[in-house]
Ligand binder design. Structure first.
Ligand code: PMP
Length: 298
């Protein structure tokens, strides 16, 4: 494959059938490999989409610094896309997130503002304050920008539909901003596909499953619409981390704990649905991002 830019390699990710963590009699489980986007996560799609929309509509100007709140992956994607397009960027991230994330962002040249780990949403409050200075900053606003949902509608959702030829019975993804779930759910529904849509969240607000939101009522992403979701399921850290390790050991796919949480529920759904059915689960980000965490055995 020959391309003109790293940006051209975003999206069109493969879908991999899991053969060893599944058992006879279970539905087929397909992993949508968003972790294989160039910066290493599902966030490349939305950052490219939102920045290019803003360039086309004239709302993003060359002198503006692109800012957002991120648990890491959006920050890393912004760092990469901003560098490629010649913009400066600044990311607000809670201090509790893995150190690898900080290092990757700084390598790409982003300025990092670490916010208190005591409140899972401290980075969101901080960026909202900074965003008031609209002359200096372009606020990407992944939690409220409809472009987040649209990137997944036209990208992830359309690809999953094509890759399964519309034969999908259940879609399982995590909720950070809700962009992946909203976009894919809407695309499948618009195509007349009746797949159940399952949202995964950590079972407490101090969870180590980075990137997923625990709904404690303090913050609900504006793009989130619960009515698009069939079921919302909570997963413990232990289950998520062990499933992520199994995915590496048994299937050769090394991803982060949110992927483990999603996988654990995808397997349960595949057991319930039985053979002949299809479950699609999202592989969100790469495991190397968590080498300093308990994901990796000492
Ligand atoms: N997993 C990880 C590791 C993430 O960083 C995110 C986004 N924060 C998600 C899953 C959830 O994606 P979304 O924002 O589309 O709900």
């Amino acid at each position: 494959m020959s391309t003109t830019s790293v940006l051209d390699t975003i999206g069109n990710t493969p879908m991999i059938p899991l053969r060893r963590v599944t058992e006879p009699g279970m539905a087929t489980v397909l992993m949508k490999m968003e972790a294989w986007n160039p910066s290493g996560s599902l966030k490349d799609r939305i950052v490219k989409y939102i920045i290019e929309e803003a360039e086309n509509s004239g709302t993003l100007q060359a002198h503006q610094i692109i800012i957002d709140a991120s648990s890491g992956n959006t920050g890393i994607a912004i760092a990469m896309v901003a560098t490629l397009k010649g913009y400066r960027s600044r990311i607000y991230m809670p201090e509790t997130k893995s150190v690898e994330r900080r290092k990757i962002m700084r390598t790409w040249g982003t300025e990092l503002v670490l916010t208190s780990g005591a409140d899972q949403n401290s980075h969101i409050w901080a960026v909202q304050e900074a965003a008031k200075d609209t002359g200096t900053f372009f606020y990407l606003n992944q939690n409220g920008n409809p472009g987040n949902v649209l990137a997944h509608y036209h990208g992830t959702g359309a690809e999953i539909y094509d890759q399964t030829q519309g034969r999908i019975d259940c879609f399982v993804a995590g909720v950070g901003t809700g962009g992946t779930l909203m976009g894919v759910a809407r695309y499948l529904k618009d195509k007349g596909c009746r797949a159940s849509i399952v949202a995964i969240e950590p079972d407490d607000s101090h969870s180590k499953i980075e990137g997923l939101l625990h709904f404690d009522g303090s913050f609900v992403p504006p793009i989130w619409d619960r009515s698009s979701i069939s079921e919302q399921i909570r997963v413990t850290d232990e289950v998520a981390f062990e499933a992520a390790r199994r995915l590496a050991r048994e299937e050769g796919i090394f991803c982060g704990p949110s992927t483990g949480a999603i996988l654990s529920v995808a397997l349960a759904k595949a057991r319930e649905l039985g053979s002949g059915r299809t479950v699609v689960a999202v592989a969100c980000d790469r495991g190397e991002r968590y080498l300093s965490t308990k994901l990796v055995p000492e």
